[in-house]
Design a protein around this ligand. Structure first.
Ligand code: PMP
Length: 295
């Protein structure tokens, strides 16, 4: 793999209130965020130079930090302006946008009440998969060993760096076994989500999806549910046990990165990407176009 490492690229990163040259956006190795996972982030996409649902992402960013017991020292409006500036300054039309916030170096123990909160925003090229026919082949998904934690054991609605530890382990295991991603069950053994995307199924023309009560209620998930309902497709949010997977027809995952991506297999269960996946791929692509989204 000859992908240029992320710390060796050129461009600008917004850091603690100002744009800095990309390779100067550094932090010290003794940072609380690194050692104790007091860190949260966002994942967004710009389409045609406009970040899709930027305000919702900024709000979630601030809320993620609050759930980790710290306050991002910028308002939703300031974060929105900084994100737009980063996209414009780096000259991207279509890109991925990554805000991140972390506790700094003033205190290096479990308690870090007085550590400074740092914020950075970067963006990079991450093309959408435009070819619908390739998408419609579907991806193969493993079943992870780790489960989404009980809400009493982790701040599950925060997009917290620490919550991705089990996602990375699960995704690595899936990739080693020839899968593109892994389905995680929750602490009660119910179907939850994939390592970086939510999951939906279809049966008899309706969409069935797990209740987002112990994992991220993705902004894409909420968008897709709205798009489906607007087209008269019934969406049922309920508890789904893994044994039920055999009874579903289509399956797709959705998230900022994945957008809407059909699934052909989850472990021993097979799905046939079909009409509902296709229509939602198309509707989501339309919704993310800036002119139409603003109309
Ligand atoms: N779950 C997890 C674990 C994720 O990382 C993501 C991507 N942020 C999602 C769900 C989907 O969230 P969104 O649609 O807001 O990108």
């Amino acid at each position: 793999m000859s992908v240029l490492p992320f710390d060796q690229r050129d461009g600008f990163i917004w850091m603690d209130g100002a744009l800095v040259p990309w390779q100067d956006a550094k932090l010290h190795v003794l940072s609380h965020g690194l050692h104790y996972a007091s860190c949260c982030f966002e994942g967004e996409r710009a389409y045609g130079g406009v970040i899709f649902k930027s305000r919702e992402h900024s709000e979630r960013f601030r809320n993620s930090a609050n759930l980790l017991d710290f306050e991002i020292p910028y308002s939703v409006e300031e974060i929105g302006a900084a994100k737009a500036l980063v996209v414009a300054k780096n000259g991207f039309d279509n890109c991925y946008v990554r805000p991140v916030a972390w506790r700094g170096s003033e205190m290096m123990a479990v308690a870090a009440q007085h550590a400074t909160i740092h914020v950075a925003i970067a963006c990079w090229d991450w093309p959408s998969m435009f070819d619908v026919e390739t998408k419609m082949k579907g991806i193969k998904v493993d079943i992870a060993e780790y489960r989404r934690p009980d809400p009493l054991t982790a701040p599950c609605h925060s997009k917290a760096a620490g919550l991705y530890m089990i996602c990375t382990i699960s995704k690595h295991r899936a990739e080693r076994r020839g899968y593109a991603d892994a389905l995680m069950l929750d602490w009660q053994g119910r179907v939850a989500e994939c390592t970086g995307a939510n999951i939906l199924f279809t049966k008899d023309g309706a969409i069935h999806t797990p209740i987002a009560d112990c994992f991220l209620n993705g902004i894409t998930r909420q968008t897709v549910i709205g798009l489906a309902r607007a087209r008269g497709i019934e969406v049922i949010e309920r508890r789904i046990m893994p044994e039920e997977l055999a009874s579903f027809e289509e399956c797709f995952i959705c998230g900022t990165g994945a957008e809407v991506t059909p699934v052909s297999e989850i472990g021993p269960y097979n799905f046939a990407p079909g009409a509902i996946s296709r229509v939602l791929i198309e509707e989501y692509a339309k919704a993310t176009q800036p002119q139409k989204a603003a109309a």
